[in-house]
Design a protein around this ligand. Structure first.
Ligand code: ADP
Ligand code: ADP
Length: 239
């Protein structure tokens, strides 16, 4: 059974922009799905609706067997517990260390953080160090987040999502600000931890080449609709 099942998702913004016109996608546990499409196709809106940063106009979103289309408050927090988010801008807490940023994942998505670091057990800390090592950043653990390169910051974001025990990672243009070498490193680590931990991913990209290299399946979005859904081998260049 799918970990995420989205049916007929529509999003019309107050100004009348129809960003999603009825998108349906099932994602299987552990699947690495890449969503491609030009700027304005609706990729970001899809991810934001899926984790409730945006309210969908209509449609159904079932995550881990629960309909989360209209949940609020505590039920929404529970649903988000296993939903990791990775952003183009990294969204780390700049003045905290790399290790502390990973530990924040334990508090859950978008929690308030100040002063809460003392609560972590030795076990949590060891686990966080292990996760940093798995994204190649063990040696950087006491560095402040804002002293890392963009690619390194994004790898901290990956470690944080695993610390959060995400079962599905939604990554919105995670490599859009990175050079080709850092981009490939980030994609490679994300793909690797997805495989090792069995975490499903939906990754928004505008680069077809990375999609072909890493995706189990590719979704091509165009003007708020699915224009392509299939394996990387079947992608033609016009998608
Ligand atoms: P992508 O991520 O594929 O670049 P987006 O999901 O960001 O596409 O945008 C899809 C469409 O929705 C675009 O036309 C964009 O201008 C529009 N859009 C996005 N956010 C808003 C908003 N808050 N209000 C109005 N229109 C929006
Ligand atoms: P990205 O490159 O991440 O897609 P955008 O520049 O498209 O970023 O959008 C940045 C922010 O502005 C987002 O929060 C998006 O929802 C909002 N936005 C995008 N297009 C519009 C629009 N036409 N009207 C209002 N807000 C928009």
């Amino acid at each position: 059974t799918p970990i995420l099942s989205v049916s007929d998702l529509k999003k019309t913004f107050p100004d009348g922009t129809r960003a999603l016109k009825g998108v349906s996608i099932d994602v299987m546990p552990g699947e690495f799905l890449v969503m491609i499409g030009s700027s304005g196709a609706g990729k970001s809106t899809f991810l934001r609706c899926t984790n409730h940063l945006f309210k969908p106009t209509s449609g159904k979103i079932v995550f881990e067997g629960k309909d989360i289309s209209a949940v609020k408050g505590r039920a929404l927090r529970d649903a988000r517990k296993h939903l990791g988010m990775i952003f183009q801008g990294y969204n780390l807490v700049k003045r905290l260390t790399t290790l502390e940023n990973v530990l924040l994942g334990r508090l859950g998505y978008m929690s308030s953080i100040t002063g809460a670091l003392g609560i972590y057990s030795r076990e949590d800390r060891l686990r966080a160090v292990d996760l940093l090592e798995r994204v190649g950043l063990g040696e950087q653990r006491f560095k402040r987040a804002d002293q890392l390169s963009g690619g390194q910051q994004q790898r901290v974001g990956i470690a944080r999502a695993i610390a959060q025990q995400a079962r599905l990672i939604l990554a919105d243009e995670p490599i859009a600000s990175l050079d080709p070498k850092a981009s490939d490193t980030v994609m490679s680590y994300l793909h690797q931890v997805s495989r090792e931990e069995g975490i499903a991913c939906i990754v928004n990209l505008h680069q077809v080449d990375y999609a072909k290299k890493y995706a189990d399946r590719i979704v091509g979005l165009k003007d708020g609709e699915i224009a392509f859904l299939g394996s990387p081998e079947d992608v033609t260049d016009e998608v």
